[in-house]
Design a protein around this ligand. Structure first.
Ligand code: ADE
Length: 353
């Protein structure tokens, strides 16, 4: 399997002296590529999704047809790109990895579609950010594997159809709701990635530690897992930070005591919340009496943008049962009051009304 990412495309474009300044790099591949699972056997978690995908892959191999187009959605860091690479490996296919903001001009998407070979997988991250023109180029490509192009000028304008190889598009988004209906309808498989359980994250951490030669015991891995907000990308980042602490302040081994001390220093609490999460909860509690408060107001008070709150912070806070989304805005839950000792009588009154 060959993986070609935006970064590789950039190097290529640079060699041809093309302007790449307006492009975004979709992913820092280096560290993650190293520890990224290569096949379903290595991939921990998302069990329901894995079973569905295994059947689809098997069927597509037997029918000798490409896999249906797949849409993955869910919060960042849960392994959408990783899963796309695993699918490519299991299909013995090549994968091209890009992201919607890199496909600004029609020629970007046309170029990538024309470079595909039969059976290739095209992965487009942040697919909800695809512009209308690029999206419309994708429709016939996804549905019937051709590109609709025009040649000539005004009176001699002619529409031609260029066939392209049969490929599979895997789209990923943190915002399934922002995808247009026609685009969403062209995916045969649509799946949400779930937050990982502590047990699954413990396995991810032990696997990563094994690859990176980090000394860790079961209890140490569990302690990190509990504070990784259900997200393997965070677990893998924390294990490296805790490793540094273990080397400097202990004997190098990550056990639960070392892990907990290191995570306390990093100000990640027992629920996996960091300073920003706690500020968000505090603002709702103190400034807005427990809510409801509109997302825009909350973003201004917190000094973060709305998208970051919606995509990064909120999903986990909602999943943990600390905040609720209501038509009138976000509000704290009675459970959050209990966990964070919020005893203000006004808030309690509002929340239990
Ligand atoms: N590293 C990141 N995500 C992973 C997963 N789902 N399984 C194993 N290792 C991982």
């Amino acid at each position: 399997m060959t993986i070609i990412s935006d970064d590789d495309n950039k190097k290529f474009k640079h060699a041809k002296n093309e302007d790449t300044s307006s492009k975004e790099i979709s992913y820092d591949m280096s560290f993650e590529t190293n520890i990224r699972p290569k096949c379903f056997n290595d991939y921990i978690g998302q069990t329901g999704l894995k079973s569905t995908l295994k059947i689809s892959i098997e069927a597509s191999k037997k029918r000798e047809l490409p896999l249906d187009h797949i849409l993955f959605y869910g919060p960042p860091g849960l392994g959408k790109t990783t899963l796309a690479s695993v699918i490519a490996a299991e299909m013995n296919s090549n994968i091209k990895i890009t992201s919607a903001p890199s496909l600004e001009r029609p020629r970007d998407i046309i170029g990538i579609l024309m470079s595909l070979k039969s059976g290739d997988i095209l992965f487009i991250d942040e697919i909800h950010r695809l512009n209308k023109i690029s999206e419309e180029i994708l429709y016939p490509a996804m549905e019937d594997f051709y590109l609709d192009m025009t040649t000539g000028k005004s009176q001699t304008l002619k529409s031609i159809r260029i066939p392209i190889p049969k490929f599979t598009l895997i789209g990923a988004t943190t915002k399934a709701g922002s995808l247009s209906g026609p685009l969403r309808d062209r995916f045969g498989i649509i799946h949400r990635l779930e937050f990982y359980t502590d047990e699954e994250l413990t396995k991810v951490i032990k696997r990563t530690a094994g690859i990176l030669n980090i000394e860790i015991n079961e209890e140490g891995a569990k302690s990190i897992a509990k504070r990784s907000r259900g997200t393997p990308r965070i677990a893998n980042r924390l294990v490296k930070r805790v490793r540094d602490y273990a080397i400097v302040e202990a004997d190098g081994l990550i056990d639960s005591k070392t892990a907990e001390k290191a995570l306390d220093i990093l100000q990640i609490d027992k629920f996996g919340l960091d300073n920003t999460d706690r500020s968000l909860l505090n603002i709702i509690a103190e400034k807005y009496n427990g809510g409801p408060v509109g997302i825009e107001t909350l973003a201004t008070a917190l000094g973060e943008d709305v998208k970051t709150i919606e995509d990064v912070y909120e999903p986990y806070l909602v999943q943990k049962g600390f905040i609720q989304r209501t038509p009138r805005g976000r509000r704290l839950t009675p459970y959050a009051c209990k966990c964070f000792n919020i005893s203000d009588i006004n808030i309690q009154q509002q929340l239990f009304d």
